[in-house]
Design a protein around this ligand. Structure first.
Ligand code: ARG
Length: 265
């Protein structure tokens, strides 16, 4: 009797099945974007913007006023003289559809921004007058902290964005996501990140188990009690239990006063 002939491709496929099953059984890197957290409802983050360069989402940003947005300096670094390359999508939880898209008219990177240590990782984006006001209740500015306003340890803060689902799965989320993290004691964070240069007074850290901001969330908001306390800046991997996420501290006098000087806000 002739043996049934099984194509080699089918054999390979069958051989792969146990592997797939085993893979499904081990707890994997958190699967959703922003590394866990949850999807936003339309209008839940009315201050959230998608910063686009040549129409592609590169970073988050937040609305401060009808003609001002704030993001991370590293999102625009090297392109400050080319504001025309950038646009802002507002009023949509979808990364690439809905809301309206407004051109950026001018880019102001913090003068003390240092790309080697990410200090003062903040930039202001000016749009044309009233460009960021939109009569749908889906768009609204977020308030800034006062100069020098302290951040207590272990306070919950909410971070949002369209960033990667995990370090190992670098795919942007089509829908805005958010998660809650807790602010980390400054000395502890400095110590946790000492091999990566530590943190400065113009940074603060926040972390929670199995959840974090990730690549593509940069420039976006972290807020506490309705105040924009920081901007997603950097991290070592994403949702790594040993490394908290690092944020630009907007209440830092050198940052907060610079914002006021430029925008009167
Ligand atoms: N630098 C990243 C970006 O450009 C943000 C990284 C935030 N990482 C973190 N683990 N919290 O999108």
């Amino acid at each position: 009797m002739q043996k049934p002939r099984v194509p080699i491709s089918l054999l390979l496929l069958l051989a792969g099945i146990p592997l797939i099953l085993v893979e499904a059984a081990i707890p994997r890197q958190p699967d959703s974007r922003i590394v866990n957290g949850r999807e936003a409802r339309e209008g839940e983050f009315p201050y959230q913007l998608s910063l686009r360069r040549q129409t592609v989402h590169i970073c988050g940003a937040s609305i401060l006023a009808s003609n001002w947005a704030i993001t991370a300096a590293h999102c625009v670094d090297g392109h400050e003289q080319q504001p025309r390359e950038f646009t802002l999508r507002q009023g949509s939880i979808m990364r690439s559809t809905g809301g309206t898209v407004q051109p950026v008219k001018a880019i102001h990177k913090h003068p003390a921004y240092d790309r080697t240590d990410m200090n003062y990782d903040v930039a202001l984006l000016r749009t044309s007058d009233k460009a960021l006001i939109y009569p749908l209740g889906k768009v609204a500015p977020i308030r800034l902290p006062a100069v020098g306003e302290a951040i207590s340890d272990s306070v919950p803060a909410i971070v949002s964005g369209w960033g990667h689902m995990s370090t190992t799965n670098p795919i942007l989320s089509p829908v805005l996501k958010s998660t809650t993290v807790l602010t980390v004691n400054q000395e502890k964070c400095h110590n946790d990140l000492r091999r990566h240069g530590g943190v400065t007074e113009a940074m603060f850290c926040a972390a929670a188990r199995n959840t974090d901001a990730c690549q593509g969330d940069s420039g976006g908001p972290i807020s506490s009690q309705g105040t924009l306390i920081g901007i997603v800046s950097w991290g070592v991997g994403c949702a790594d239990p040993y490394y908290p996420g690092v944020y630009t501290r907007l209440a830092h006098p050198t940052i907060r006063r610079w914002i006021r000087l430029l925008s009167k806000l």
